[in-house]
Design a protein around this ligand. Sequence first.
Ligand SMILES: C[S@@+](CC[C@H](N)C(=O)[O-])C[C@H]1O[C@@H](n2cnc3c(N)ncnc32)[C@H](O)[C@@H]1O
Length: 526
Amino acid sequence: PEEAMHRRPQEAPPLERGAPESLWRRGPRPPRSPAPAAAAARSEPSTSSLPPPLENAAFEEYYKEQRIVHEEEWDAFMSVLRKPLPATFRVNASCRFLKDICSRLENDFRRSLENEVSDECGEYALSPLPWYPGNLAWHLNLSRKQLRKNPALESFHEFLKHESEVGNVTRQEAVSMVPPLFLNVQAGHHILDMCAAPGSKTFQLLEMIHQSKEPGLLPTALVIANDLKVQRCDVLIHNTKRMCTANLIVTNHEAQSFPSCSLAKDDSEAYKDHCKPQRLEFDRVLCDVPCSGDGTLRKSHDLWRKWSSSMGNEFHLLQVNIAMRGIALLKVGGRMVYSTCSMNPVENEAVVAELLRRSGSSVELLDVSTELRELVRRPGLGTWKVNDRGSWFQTHEDVPDSRKNVILPSMFPSSTSIHESHKVYNSFDVNSEYNVPFSRNFNIEDTNNVNCDTGGISSSNSAQSLDSKFPLHRCMRIVPHDQDGGAFFIAVIHKLSLLNENQVIKVRKTENLLSKNRTVKLQEQN
Ligand SMILES: C[S@@+](CC[C@H](N)C(=O)[O-])C[C@H]1O[C@@H](n2cnc3c(N)ncnc32)[C@H](O)[C@@H]1O
């Protein structure tokens, strides 16, 4: 499924989760299916030329059950998911022509498109995204019909095409711009982008380190951008080349076993007998993991047909392992952002809870409610369920033995895994350390009855004991109908002290023991 979710064509322009093609490319599309006449001649129905239906009953059942949004919002949520995404782009904050580009956008294009109001939502055709610092990110909200008839758009289109080619502008989905912003990158930082291809967030990180340099000096910062797939590393290199940077290294590893690197002033020093090379630790880690990708449904039309609840379950452990490696490589005092373009709590809150469980008091989940205040986001969920082959489970104990090695304790919000963790981490008191005030920018009144951590107030139909004890409301879920975009999940983790390797190993041992016991039981049953 990862392949399915994240395949991006090599020839695609340098953008991730891009804008609808119609908004950026002119001219007729190449035919994608046999002409209807040819199909008719073979007596076949020409269904392949029809757009895929934007329906999936299992998807609706799943997210209704998870109470991802308020019941009354359901129709708005689904209706926005079926609409094309507005095109969005970002001006390169470190480019030489920043002032000129901003002025053209503000004074030329915005004005010439002023009278052009989006057909459907009545918004201005071209406007900056209010939450992006410095008015550097913009969205274009026009229907195809409007695009065709407006001559001002021709020159705007040419402008965007040219500025994108030279690296002054990057087309990128709005929600995908969010995770790097929460990294709070500073001059001189060492940054690891663990799952980086096709590189739109890497590009953003590069902009940040080049922007914060002293005039006339090259930045001392470093970005290591990693991806598992070599072909996708090619796309990453192609896309980041536009930045003309000397501060980027692209690597090709499994992120979950990303190697420890050494720093040395020069080779001779590194190889001196008594010289212990310094370990490279990262001030910032971006962990934008592979996921089921259902936050991209507005542009991934195929996904409507392919989506199933098992996709999220399949990614969960890989996501935990990648993020744990990220925490291990992070400097004490450093920040890691965990993000997915999925709405699924099993890939999101469950992963974050497991990171907190495994890392104990070495990390904290940051409350970033005062950062990017204009960005509308919802608090992470405090409780959720796990679906396996059509059955719903609230605790791991409810899962049939035959499935217990696929449906893991860490996928559940509470009970078993937390108690298990208590057994493993005697010194780690989840109740005292994580019982913190509720904070978010989404009005609590508006989320009444919505599945969210209510800061100690149990939601109406779930028992208190089934809620997570971690402050998962500090996570952020961006849903499509709040800002007419895609969906994204973001959590910001702060490292307080070195990981106790024993704790991590102990948890792994417990898991292995569990699955061994299961295997023995299964063998006995057979
Ligand atoms: C969500 S995409 C990343 C998008 C990227 N951060 C961006 O903004 O352009 C996830 C990426 O993870 C890569 N990937 C999958 N499994 C991986 C693994 N085990 N280690 C590292 N990368 C992996 C995929 O090839 C894919 O490019």
